[in-house]
Design a protein around this ligand. Structure first.
Ligand code: HAM
Length: 413
């Protein structure tokens, strides 16, 4: 036998129920984003590597160890995108979306790639649906981005706590960073190996380390909220006031730092206890557009992990009941069944036309195997009479009906 080829580690097929849940999550979020008047942007999967090193940050885990990078046949250093924000900002600048002076609300969806250690809810290819608002400092926008995340969770019936924080701005963060660094240096010996390395390159990330010893040290570290400048304090205060006005439940986590370097002011994460993972996350990145060569443009957004949300979906919306149309006889009956199936589908009914040949008993077995609720047999007698037996496979009840009556019965289910 020929060698069987398997999926690459961290890459997966989504089949059956999993694919349905995935699609349910995407459709639900799309509908919500469209209600908030976000417009879709379809982005390339491959970008220049430097787009990510410059935006996400050289010293982040993503850039240091998780990117799928390669040199293309033209000698370009490119990467499979590890996230969507950098691409949106690149597109915003490249297409001069700022030229009309109006803020933009864009959403995207697709595969992201990170070379992480695979486990439940963590894959090397995963999917995000994310939204970005470019061109406003208004805390109403921060509030709505968090509100959308809450709405996604509520609509999908997924419990998760919403944690928020402010990371300050260029004015106030340096003093905070210095205070944290001094504190952490005094505890250097107690930090894990990774964090000892982070101390030099990215000390704030230590506050987010999952190792118990580091967690304990982080819990005593200085809090950013004690260092915020007046502008950041007012901004953060407004976000909280507006969230309260909308009745959004959140907890403040002064140690929430996020794993990407571009953030400023508001950051947030929605954490599922069941999965022990963040399912939706985002925040402001007021300097990123400028740092990538665009005009100074404050911006913010979020991304939802589709697989993680799909893992937590307990119940899918009911599907339309399936009807199996069974041709029984020769060519004439087949053609009639072919047409009848089309008419039912045109009326919004979910129909499988049986391609199986053979005895009627086998046809009913097939109907059960594919989960059909109803069968309609199209045989010689039916053609003559203009009536067809509509059988309910659950109740076993069978009625002879005209095509119009079948449509009437099935359409309202
Ligand atoms: P992130 O926190 O890196 O943020 O990713 C957002 C979400 O993507 C996570 O909360 C998680 O649900 C999902 N995710 C991340 N890595 C994996 C993985 N290996 N396997 C499965 N799911 C994963 C960002 O990507 C930012 N671009 C979010 C943002 C948009 N900030 C502002 N605008």
């Amino acid at each position: 036998m020929a060698e069987k080829i398997k999926t690459v580690r961290g890459f997966r097929d989504l089949l059956g129920e999993e694919a349905k849940k995935y699609r349910f999550v995407v459709d639900t979020i799309r509908k919500i984003l469209q209600r908030y008047n976000f417009e879709e942007i379809i982005l390339p999967t491959v970008e220049y590597t430097k787009l990510f090193t410059r935006s996400i940050g050289e010293a982040t885990d993503i850039v240091e160890k998780e990117m799928f990078t390669f040199t293309d046949k033209g000698g370009r250093d490119v990467a499979l995108r590890p996230e969507g924000t950098a691409g949106v900002v690149r597109a915003y600048i490249e297409n001069k979306l700022y030229s009309d002076g109006i803020y933009k609300k864009l959403y995207y969806e697709g595969s992201m790639f990170r070379h992480e250690r695979p486990q439940k809810g963590r894959y090397r290819e995963f999917h995000q649906i994310g939204a970005e608002i470019l061109g406003t400092t208004n805390p109403l926008a921060d509030t709505e981005v968090i509100k959308i995340s809450e709405e996604i969770l509520k609509t999908l019936k997924i419990p998760a706590r919403i944690e928020i924080n402010s990371l300050g701005c260029k004015k106030c963060r340096p003093a905070y960073r210095k205070a944290v660094l001094e504190y952490l240096i005094s505890h250097k010996g107690e930090l894990c190996e990774d964090c000892q390395r982070r101390l030099e390159r990215n000390p704030l990330r230590i506050l987010d380390c999952k190792v118990e010893g580091c967690k304990l040290i982080a819990s005593q570290a200085p809090k950013i909220t004690d260092y915020l400048c007046d502008e950041c304090k007012t901004h953060y205060g407004s976000v909280k006031k507006y969230l309260n006005a909308l009745g959004v439940a959140y907890t403040e986590n002064p140690r929430l730092v996020r794993g990407l370097d571009y953030y400023s002011k508001t950051v947030f994460e929605c954490v599922s206890e069941e999965l022990d993972k963040t399912v939706i996350a985002g925040g402001r990145y007021d300097y990123l557009v400028e740092e990538l060569g665009g005009p100074p443009t404050p911006a913010l957004g979020f991304a939802a992990g589709i697989e993680r949300l799909a893992l937590l979906v307990k119940e899918l919306p009911k599907e339309k009941p399936l009807v199996l149309v069974i041709p029984f006889g020769g060519e004439k009956e087949k053609i009639h069944a072919l047409r009848l199936a089309q008419t039912l589908r045109k009326n919004g009914i979910r129909v499988e036309l049986s391609y199986r040949e053979g005895k009627i008993r086998k046809q009913f077995e097939f109907a059960n195997k594919i989960g059909a609720y109803f069968t309609v047999v199209v045989g010689e007698n039916e053609l003559k009479e203009g009536k067809y037996p509509l059988k309910n496979l659950l109740t076993r009840e069978e009625r002879k009906l005209t095509l119009d009556e079948i449509i009437e019965t099935l359409r309202n289910l």
